[in-house]
Write a protein that binds this ligand. Structure first.
Ligand SMILES: [Zn+2]
Length: 71
């Protein structure tokens, strides 16, 4: 399988909509539990990520919670 080079914020994950592995764009949505002062660039990448959201770059589907994907 060939994959194009991924950006830092991209991962390959299964997309329910495309029914195959696609490139997903990862965005971290920090919720109110985390104070802004604690969020360094390193934390954003590696540490606690309360809500990691992935969006299929192929179809645009938000795959945050796969179990809620249907209906
Ligand atoms: Zn998709």
């Amino acid at each position: 399988m060939h994959q194009r080079d991924l950006n830092q914020n991209e991962i390959v994950a299964y997309c329910d909509h495309c029914r195959c592995d696609t490139v997903h764009e990862v965005s971290l949505r920090l919720e109110s539990t985390t104070e802004e002062t604690e969020v360094t660039s390193q934390n954003l990448k590696f540490a606690k990520s309360p809500a990691r959201q992935t969006m299929c770059t192929n179809c645009g589907t938000d795959n945050h919670h796969p179990r809620c994907a249907y209906h």
